[in-house]
Design a protein around this ligand. Structure first.
Ligand code: NAP
Length: 244
């Protein structure tokens, strides 16, 4: 069975990506760190709805041992991973001068060590099979930089560099590495903003609406499909025209 691993798949954008791949007939591994109940409930829901194997797998993506253990368990239970979606992420808004050393490290580690750990753990099977798709979730702030989000913007810009360099290195093994940069997408990550700020963000979006997790999932599914076999190292903005 072809298996997809979605990190941070318990909710928000990750859960929409998990659903999209389940609807396409893939076995789906939903990674979670804190949201165990949500991940397990989503697994049951997707299995019932799409009649494909789906499982919830715990790992803090920052922790290499946890990631290695998770990947081994997924291979055992669902089969070899052919698509990896590095989606797990956190965000906070803080003036640069107020960011503590720990906050800086956790931000970079969640996004960058997370992508590093998960990719290294799954890539050997992809190289062996001479096939694989790796899709990284960055952000429009990784492209433009966001005020009061220097740590987040730095991590997300890193994901773009990671995508481009890895795409070149893995292309001879027929592994595509691409990146999706969401704009403002309605998930728990926006809970830090007031209704007024969200309204402003909507009004500043040329398509005049905030994005949905499904908007992102559709783009990710394209990069996971054979239709994108000749695309690698791409950075796709899915943001309603907010950044062009
Ligand atoms: P969300 O609803 O807050 O979900 C974040 C997900 O990341 C959760 O499933 C969470 O899992 C997981 N996660 C966080 N730290 C983790 C860790 N150490 N190990 C494993 N999983 C971890 O946010 P979202 O909006 O869906 O964000 C998904 C991705 O899109 C992130 O990379 C985010 O930066 C990016 N993005 C979002 C927006 C937006 O406007 N929403 C815009 C641009 C980019 P647990 O709850 O189980 O810990």
């Amino acid at each position: 069975m072809n298996t997809v691993l979605v990190t941070g798949g318990s909710k928000g954008i990750g859960s929409a990506i998990a659903e999209e791949f389940a609807s396409l007939g893939y076995a789906v591994a939903i990674n979670y760190n804190k949201s165990e109940e949500k991940a397990k409930a989503l697994s049951l829901e997707l299995m019932k709805k799409y009649k494909v194997p789906v499982g919830a797998y715990k790992a803090d993506v920052k922790d290499r041992n946890e990631v290695a253990h998770m990947v081994a368990k997924i291979k055992d239970e669902l089969g070899t991973i052919v698509i990896l979606v590095n989606n797990a992420g956190i965000s906070t808004q803080k003036e640069f001068s107020q960011i503590t050393n720990d906050e800086w490290k956790v931000m970079l580690s969640t996004h960058l060590d997370g992508a590093f750990n998960c990719t290294q753990e799954v890539m050997h099977d992809m190289i062996y099979r001479q096939y694989g798709k790796i899709i990284n979730i960055s952000s429009m702030w990784g492209v433009t930089g966001g005020s009061c989000e220097v740590h987040y913007s730095t991590a997300k810009a890193g994901i773009i560099g990671f995508t481009k360099a890895l795409a070149k290195e893995l292309a001879p093994s027929n592994i595509n590495v691409n990146c999706v940069c969401p704009g403002v997408i309605k998930t728990d990550m926006l809970n830090i903003f007031s209704e007024e700020t969200l309204e402003d963000l909507k009004n500043n979006t040329p398509l005049k609406r905030l994005g949905t997790p499904t908007d992102i999932a559709k783009a990710v599914a394209f990069f996971g499909s054979k239709d994108s076999d000749y695309l690698t190292g791409n950075i796709l903005n899915v943001n309603g025209g907010f950044v062009i």
